[in-house]
Design a protein around this ligand. Structure first.
Ligand code: GLC
Length: 743
C-alpha cells in the first residue's frame, strides 16, 4: 500500500473510531439493522443516504425522471415532495418487490402548518400561547399527510428569530427561548404521536440546526457569528426541547456558525447533539447543502464536501447526489472510512424500522383513509379555533372592536387582503388549496347575511405605487357606517429567501389608510403578514388594529367570529414589533447594560430620533375585556439551591365580557456571575374568566429555571435574589422577589 495511502487510512481509521462511535441500536431492531447492513454493497448504502426531489404532474407529484430505475437499483432511500396514497403504494412496490434488498422508501415533505387543512402560519400559532391547540394542529397535519403516503415532515422549524427582516421568522415561534422550546416540543408530539409505528404518525424534523435566525442583516443563508453563550442560552434550547420530546430527525442549517458551516459541524452535531444530548435520530441535510460546502469555501470538490458531511454526521444528502455519486471512490481510496457511511445507514434503517415499514411498507398508502380524513369539518373547526386564538389585538380604543352588527347598515370592506384566497394560506402550504379558503370578505358576508350591506373595494395592490383604486375605496367608505381595512404583506414577502429591509406596509397601503381615515368614517384595521410591521401611523390614528398573520383555510370564518364579537381575539405577541427597522435587533429579554436608557440622561443607551421602546412589546395582546393582576406571591421567600419555587398570582376579569388571558411569568436573576436579561419568560397559562371572576394561577419554577450557564456552559443555580414578574405582557407586570441562599 503506497505510504500516502497508508497514513491516510491510519488517520481515517483513528478518526473513524472516534467519529463513528455509533453503537448499533439495541434489541431486535438492532439485529435486523445489522443483518441488513451486512448484506448491502457500498453503492446500496450510499443509495439509502440519498434523497431526491419529486416533480409535479397533471395527476399529482411523481418521482423525478429516471426515479423508478434509481429505486430498482437501490440508489435512493427517500423522496422529497412525492405523496398520494395510490402513487406512494406504486413506488413502494417498486422498492420492496423490484430492488435487490427490498428496502422500503421514505416519503418526506414540508408539512409546516397543515397538509390540506391549512392552519395559521407557525408564528401565528405561537401567538396563541396554546400548546394543546398547537399540538393538535400538528396532529391533524400528520393525520392528513400520512393518509397521503407521507412518513416524514421537515417540521417544526424551531429557529429563534430576533431579526424581523429575516423572512423565515414566520416559520418559527418568535424571539423567546422558553416559548420556542415549549412550541417545539408540542409540535414534535403532534407529528410523532405516541406510537411512531401507527399509520397516522410521522417523523418530525427539528430545523434548522442551529442559529439560522441570526443571519447577519436578516439576509437568509448569511453568516452567523455569535458567542458560545448566546448560542447555548438563546438558540439551542428549542432544539434541546425537541430532542427531549423525542424528535426523530434534525436538519442542519445552511449557515456557518463562527467559521464552520453547520453541515460540516462535527462538534455541534456529533459531540453536542449526539454525544451530550443523546439524539439517536437522522440528520437530513438541507436542500443541496452538502454541495454548498464548496461555495462556503471549506470543500474544494464534491467528494470533499461529501466526506465533510458524513464525518460531521449528516446522514441524508438532500438532492445534491454527492453521497451517491462522489463518496464511493473516497471510501475505496481511503479518504473516508466506511464506518461513517455505516453509522448513517444504521440511523436511516432504524428510522424505517421505527415507522413499521419493514413490517408493512404499505400502511401509509391507503386511498380510503386518504379520502376519509382530508379537510374534514373537524379539521376545519380546529383551524378556525386556532386562528381566532392567534389573532393579536394590538390596539382597541373606546372598544372600537368588536363591530356592533346591530348598529351597522352598511360596512365597507377595503384593502388588497380582504378577498384573496391564496394570501390567506401563507407560505409553505403543502397541499393547501386556495379554493378551500374562506376569505375575510366571504366570512363577513356569511356572518352578516342580509342584515348589513357590504361594500367591497380592493383600493390598492399589496405592493406597487398604483393609487387608481383609491377612488372606489373612498366612495365605499363614504357610503358606509364603518370601514374595515385588510392590509399587510403578501405571503411571498416572508418565509425562505423572502427578506425585507423595511417593516413598513408595502406599496401605497398606508396612503390608502390615510385617505380612508380622512373620510371621517370609523375605521378599524386588520393586518396580515409573516413578521412584525412598523405601523406607526396606524397606531397613532386608527382606533383598533389586529394582527392576523396568515390565518389559513378558515381565515374568513375566524375573522368574522372575532370582528363581530362572537369570540374575542386570544393572541399575544411572540415577537417584538419595532417602531422601525433601525431598532433591530430589539427584543424584550435584553441585557440591562451599564447605562440603561434614561430620558433624563443623554449618555445612556437610546436613540436621538426614536424612543428606545418597541411599538408593541413581546407578550402584548388585548381582548374584549380587561384583567387585573395582584396578590403575586412565592411560597417561600428564601430557598436553598436545588429547591423549586411555587409562584401564585391572582387574575381578575374586570370587564363586562368573558375572556381568555395568557398569564405570563417572567424571572430575573438580579445579580449573577454573568450578565442576565432584564426579564425571561419562564411560564405561561391561558385562563378563561367570566366577568368579575378571579383565579389564582400557580406556576412551579424548577431549579433549572433559576440556573445560569457557568464559564463551561453548565447550568448552575447561584445564590442571590430573583425578581418574579407576572402579567398579560412582558411590559405590564406585577412583581415580587425571593432569595436563593447557600446550603
Ligand atoms: C428548503 C428549506 C428547508 C426545507 C427544505 C426542503 O431550502 O431550507 O426548510 O425543509 O429545503 O424543502
Amino acid at each position: 500500500m503506497p505510504l500516502k495511502l497508508f497514513f491516510g487510512a491510519l488517520l481515517a481509521f483513528s478518526s473513524a473510531l472516534a467519529g463513528a462511535r455509533q453503537p448499533a441500536p439495541a434489541g431486535a431492531e438492532a439485529a435486523a439493522v445489522e443483518a441488513l447492513l451486512a448484506r448491502m454493497t457500498l453503492e446500496e448504502k450510499l443509495g439509502q443516504l440519498t434523497q431526491y426531489r419529486g416533480r409535479g404532474s397533471d395527476t399529482g407529484p411523481r418521482v423525478p425522471e429516471g426515479g423508478e430505475a434509481q429505486i430498482r437499483g437501490g440508489q435512493v432511500g427517500s423522496f422529497l415532495g412525492v405523496y398520494g396514497a395510490d402513487y406512494s403504494r406504486q413506488m413502494q412496490q417498486v422498492a420492496v418487490e423490484e430492488s435487490r434488498l427490498g428496502i422500503p422508501l421514505l416519503f418526506a415533505h414540508d408539512v409546516i402548518h397543515g397538509f390540506r387543512t391549512t392552519f395559521p402560519v407557525p408564528l401565528a400559532e405561537a401567538a396563541s400561547f396554546d400548546l394543546e391547540a398547537v399540538e393538535n394542529a400538528a396532529r391533524i397535519a400528520a393525520v392528513e399527510a400520512t393518509a397521503h403516503g407521507l412518513h416524514w415532515t421537515f417540521a417544526p422549524m424551531v429557529d429563534l428569530a430576533r431579526d424581523p427582516r429575516w423572512g423565515r421568522i414566520v416559520e418559527g415561534a418568535g424571539e423567546d427561548p422558553h416559548l420556542g422550546a415549549t412550541m417545539a416540543a408540542a409540535r414534535v408530539r403532534g407529528f410523532q404521536g405516541a406510537d411512531l409505528a401507527a399509520a397516522d404518525t410521522m417523523l418530525a424534523t427539528a430545523k434548522h440546526f442551529v442559529a439560522y435566525g441570526a443571519a447577519e442583516g436578516g439576509r437568509d443563508y448569511n453568516t452567523v457569528d455569535m458567542s458560545e453563550r448566546t448560542l447555548h442560552e438563546t438558540y439551542l434550547p428549542p432544539f434541546r426541547a425537541a430532542v427531549e420530546a423525542g424528535v426523530q430527525s434534525i436538519m442542519p442549517a445552511f449557515n456557518e456558525v463562527a467559521g464552520v458551516p453547520m453541515h460540516a459541524h462535527r462538534p455541534l452535531i456529533e459531540d453536542l447533539l449526539r454525544g451530550e444530548w443523546g439524539f439517536d435520530g437522522v440528520l437530513v441535510s438541507d436542500y443541496n447543502a452538502i454541495q454548498e460546502l464548496m461555495p462556503h469555501g471549506v470543500a474544494a470538490t464534491r467528494a470533499d464536501a461529501g466526506i465533510l458531511g458524513l464525518e460531521a454526521g449528516v446522514d441524508v444528502d438532500m438532492v445534491s447526489g454527492i453521497y451517491l455519486e462522489d463518496v464511493a471512490a473516497a471510501v475505496r481510496d481511503g479518504r473516508l472510512d466506511e464506518a461513517f457511511v455505516d453509522a448513517s445507514v444504521r440511523r436511516v434503517l432504524r428510522a424505517k424500522h421505527r415507522l413499521g415499514l419493514f413490517d408493512d411498507p404499505y400502511r401509509y398508502s391507503d386511498p380510503a383513509r386518504e379520502k376519509a380524513v382530508t379537510l374534514t369539518e373537524e379539521h376545519r373547526g380546529a383551524a378556525r379555533d386556532l386562528a381566532r386564538k392567534s389573532f393579536v389585538l394590538l390596539k382597541n380604543e373606546d372598544d372600537a372592536l368588536p363591530l356592533s352588527a346591530g348598529a351597522l347598515r352598511t360596512l365597507a370592506v377595503v384593502g388588497p387582503l380582504a378577498d384573496d384566497r391564496r394570501e390567506m394560506l401563507g407560505n409553505w402550504v403543502a397541499a393547501g388549496r386556495p379554493e378551500d379558503v374562506v376569505t375575510p370578505l366571504a366570512g363577513l358576508r356569511e356572518a352578516l347575511g342580509s342584515d348589513v350591506r357590504i361594500l367591497h373595494a380592493r383600493g390598492a395592490d399589496i405592493d406597487g405605487d398604483d393609487t387608481s383604486g383609491f377612488a372606489e375605496a373612498l366612495e365605499a367608505a363614504r357610503r358606509a357606517d364603518a370601514v374595515v381595512l385588510f392590509l399587510g404583506e403578501s405571503q411571498e414577502m416572508s418565509a425562505e429567501a423572502n427578506n425585507r429591509t423595511t417593516l413598513d406596509l408595502p406599496g401605497v397601503q398606508e396612503q390608502l389608510a390615510r385617505a380612508v381615515h380622512a373620510t371621517g368614517k370609523p375605521v378599524v384595521a386588520v393586518l396580515f403578514g409573516g413578521r412584525p410591521l412598523s405601523v406607526n401611523w396606524l397606531h397613532e390614528n386608527v382606533p383598533a388594529i389586529m394582527m392576523a398573520w396568515f390565518p389559513g383555510t378558515e381565515a374568513g370564518h375566524a375573522l368574522a367570529d372575532v370582528l363581530l364579537g362572537g369570540h374575542a381575539p386570544g393572541g399575544k405577541l411572540p415577537v417584538t414589533f419595532p417602531r422601525n427597522v433601525g431598532q433591530v435587533p430589539i427584543h424584550y429579554n435584553h441585557k440591562n447594560t451599564g447605562r440603561p436608557p434614561d430620558a433624563d440622561d443623554k449618555y445612556t443607551a437610546k436613540y436621538l430620533d426614536v424612543h428606545w421602546s418597541p411599538l408593541y412589546p413581546f407578550g402584548h395582546g388585548l381582548g374584549y375585556t380587561s384583567f387585573r393582576y395582584d396578590a403575586l406571591r412565592v411560597d417561600a421567600p428564601r430557598i436553598r439551591r436545588g429547591d423549586a419555587v411555587e409562584v401564585e398570582v391572582r387574575v381578575t376579569n374586570t370587564g363586562r365580557r368573558a375572556g381568555e388571558e395568557v398569564v405570563q411569568l417572567y424571572l430575573r436573576d438580579d445579580v449573577a456571575s454573568v450578565t442576565r436579561p432584564v426579564k425571561e419568560l419562564r411560564g405561561f397559562q391561558r385562563v378563561a374568566l367570566q366577568p368579575g371572576e378571579s383565579r389564582r394561577v400557580r406556576f412551579r419554577l424548577e431549579p433549572e429555571a433559576l440556573a445560569v450557564l457557568d464559564a463551561g456552559m453548565r447550568p448552575v443555580v447561584e445564590p442571590g435574589t430573583f425578581t418574579v414578574f407576572a402579567g398579560g405582557s412582558s411590559a405590564d407586570t406585577v412583581e415580587t422577589s425571593f432569595e436563593v441562599v447557600t446550603d
